[in-house]
Write a protein that binds this ligand. Sequence first.
Ligand SMILES: C[S@@+](CC[C@H](N)C(=O)[O-])C[C@H]1O[C@@H](n2cnc3c(N)ncnc32)[C@H](O)[C@@H]1O
Length: 220
Amino acid sequence: MSKDESKSKATPPTRIIGAEGVVHQVFHEAYRESKASWVTGRPQPAVMTALSRGWFDAGPLLDLGCGTGENAVAIATARRELQILAVDAVPAAVDHAQALIASAALTERVRLEVADLRSFKPTESFGTVLDAGVLHVFSDRERADYLEMVASALRPGGTAIFIEFSDAETRPRGPRRLAHDEFSAALLQAGFKLDSIETARYETTVHPGGAEAWLVRAIR
Ligand SMILES: C[S@@+](CC[C@H](N)C(=O)[O-])C[C@H]1O[C@@H](n2cnc3c(N)ncnc32)[C@H](O)[C@@H]1O
């Protein structure tokens, strides 16, 4: 095999993911191989913005696709009354989150669950739902059912907060990108009232300066 051939095998071409969403196995592999580019070791700055605005004041909070738990820990630390349920499909991520929560002495207020959000049925009612970087992984087909589930998890008047890659992000790595109108239409379709949609950044280890993103607040 020539040098060029071996190089092209080792680094497959990257492309921007579209309507098919991110293949689910990617998440298991990313954690197993320590290649999860969204694991930065700190909470997402847009989560901290939402926190400073009081967007997490109504509990309990459901943290969907919680990953390694940095967002949940930051929110629980800042809001001493808040009860949180944090859910992720990947046991390795949940194990990591569990250790982080234990080391912050938050186990009484932050519960964890391993579940696939494509079939998750909330059994309690929440004041706030956080989705930091999850909606943008789903395919077009999965998106509507997922948003319906998010709405069903909220009590009437409850708040959903989304932080997702936007179509202003043109660098090749990462999940699919959402356009403003596509995002707002999907939320309206699921029965949400759009409170605000603004530009933000989603930090990763592979997008210097953070990926262009939307920070969205929607009300059920
Ligand atoms: C981009 S990461 C974001 C993690 C975390 N919210 C953060 O901001 O650091 C997306 C997370 O969603 C999880 N995820 C993806 N698809 C899922 C599904 N169908 N059910 C549950 N979790 C899922 C992944 O395992 C991953 O931890």
